[in-house]
Design a protein around this ligand. Structure first.
Ligand SMILES: [Zn+2]
Length: 503
């Protein structure tokens, strides 16, 4: 049984209406979400509605109202929003979420336990989504229910939001909500707490530290087609043709070998400052001049810092898909290299094209046989950390795990927070709080990997982290003791008056 931290108990004033054992509630909700197996294969067929129904049933149990929206052609892919106004509604809109309820497929044969049975083994919940990110969805739903049923006065609006389709780009989930003006207004938030933070940075001996990594921004994304043109013909007379596939192979090699200019961001400096790597390594890795050489050395040694430093300090261009002909006796006249581009903050389409042209070389581009087509582009998004939410998160972290410090980084991947940052100007962090033993390395290996699992203790810490952060952020924590003494009845009237006088 998970004990409620004294700070949480104190600020809530009285035992939560949903029960004291937030940890157990989180475990049981997480298990239900895993068992629903909302696997997103990227073809629009994922039935996230099952997990949304589970969340709705959980809120129904406590009389919490919510709304559900889905794209017109996709009733199987809804998103859910619930709000708690603990006062006048004046103040920031703070979102627990967006939390995606879909998961990536699992290779059942490679797992030690079945991935969709959500078994409790060795104090851990095993299952696909247990770290990405049904754990956070469950913890945030329980935290929301705990706070909304407490009827404490709050300055602002607390929101819970669960969405579909993150694992395939979010077009039917957060992308849909943020691209529709009416829905954007309903789902808009000033602050978001979403996935990927809350693990610790390991020290140089790979031991857990008390420095917690949180995400304050993420790289932009681009999908580019490099179309290579040749002259088709019969495979039996290869020298009579101009094989486009051979040209495409050269493009692949050029892109794979290309290093775009080094950009040292404030986020990367923060990570290096908090890192336990030797001084000389940290110094070199924060110098645009020396970084490429030291990164090459780290890559040569197979050190994990090498690939992280490479991707965190530049635009990356990864040629990941190649199409030519499907017949072995035909020399293709056209071949297409699909490239996954990841952009640093401030880099636009023009920069991307310049870098692609540099990678492919002037001579090649001038030949007219190569064409660059940008199919998709979404810029990098970042949030500042000198905000009340960051302060509240740090305070909650210190309260729950002794000696913690927080550090913010730029995620090299993409999450739904980009839609909220880009379309409604939200300050969004990838955040949670796990046991210190869960290091960033371990988290990275587990997410989308085999044997994904989370300890029950981490779930207990994370649910209280969300409760405490919201109480510090919206509940005027210093005054919380006063709140408790004169806490209003269920209609909230007295609390509201008191709330106004305090603010
Ligand atoms: Zn995720």
């Amino acid at each position: 049984m998970g004990l409620l931290h004294p700070a949480v108990r104190e600020l809530l004033g009285e035992a939560p209406e949903i029960g004291e054992d937030l940890e157990e509630l989180t475990v049981s909700l997480l298990q239900s979400l895993i068992r629903n197996a909302c696997v997103n294969c990227g073809d629009g067929s994922c039935e996230e509605v099952t997990n949304i129904r589970t969340l709705a049933a959980f809120f129904d149990k406590y009389g919490i109202k919510y709304q559900v929206y889905h794209p017109p052609h996709r009733p199987n892919r809804p998103s859910l929003i619930a709000e708690y106004h603990g006062g006048t509604g004046i103040g920031p809109r703070v979102m627990l979420g967006p939390g995606h309820v879909d998961v990536v497929p699992a290779n059942e044969k490679a797992w030690d336990v079945p991935p969709f049975e959500a078994r409790l083994v060795g104090g851990e919940v095993w299952g696909r989504g247990s770290l990405d990110m049904l754990n956070t969805v469950a913890a945030q739903a329980v935290a929301f229910a705990c706070l909304a049923t407490s009827r404490l006065p709050m300055r602002g609006t607390l929101i819970f939001c669960a969405v579909s389709d993150e694992e395939a780009g979010g077009a039917d989930g957060a992308g849909f909500l943020m691209n529709e003006p009416k829905l954007r207004d309903i789902f808009r938030a000033d602050y978001c707490m979403t996935e990927f933070g809350g693990a610790t940075l390991p020290d140089r001996y790979n031991r857990p530290s008390r420095t917690y990594y949180h995400v304050s921004g993420e790289k932009g994304t681009a999908t580019i087609n490099v179309v290579c043109k040749g002259r088709p013909g019969h495979g039996s007379l290869p020298k009579s043709c101009d094989n486009a596939l051979v040209k495409a192979a050269e493009v692949v090699r050029c892109l794979a070998n290309y290093w775009s200019p080094t950009i040292i961001t404030p986020e990367w400096r923060n990570i290096m400052a908090a890192s336990d790597a030797p001084w000389i390594v940290r110094t070199c890795l924060t110098s645009a001049w020396f970084a490429p050489a030291i990164i090459r050395l780290l890559l040569l040694l197979g050190h994990p810092l090498g690939s992280a430093a490479h991707a965190s300090t530049r635009l990356t261009l990864s040629p990941n898909h190649l199409t030519g002909t499907h017949k072995s006796n035909v020399v293709p006249g056209t071949a297409v290299v699909e490239v996954d581009g990841r952009l640093m903050p401030g880099q636009d389409k023009a920069y991307l094209i310049r870098q692609l042209e540099r990678a492919l070389g002037r001579r090649r581009m001038a030949s007219g046989d190569y064409e660059i087509r940008i199919r998709h582009f979404f810029p990098a998004t970042t949030s500042p950390v000198d905000t009340p939410l960051w302060k509240a998160m740090e305070k909650a972290g210190r309260m729950l795990v002794d000696g913690t410090t927080f550090v913010n980084g730029l995620l090299t991947g993409a999450t739904d927070s980009r839609f909220f940052r880009h379309h409604c100007g939200a300050i969004a962090y990838g955040t949670s709080l796990f046991q210190p033993e869960l290091t960033l390395d371990k988290l990275m290996k587990s997410i989308h990997g085999d044997n994904e699992r989370i300890s029950v203790a981490s779930l207990g810490i994370s649910v209280q982290y969300f409760v405490l952060t919201i109480l510090y952020m919206l509940g005027a924590a210093e005054e919380a003791v006063t709140f408790r003494k004169v806490k209003a009845g269920k209609d909230g009237s007295l609390g509201e008056k008191l709330y106004i006088s305090l603010n």
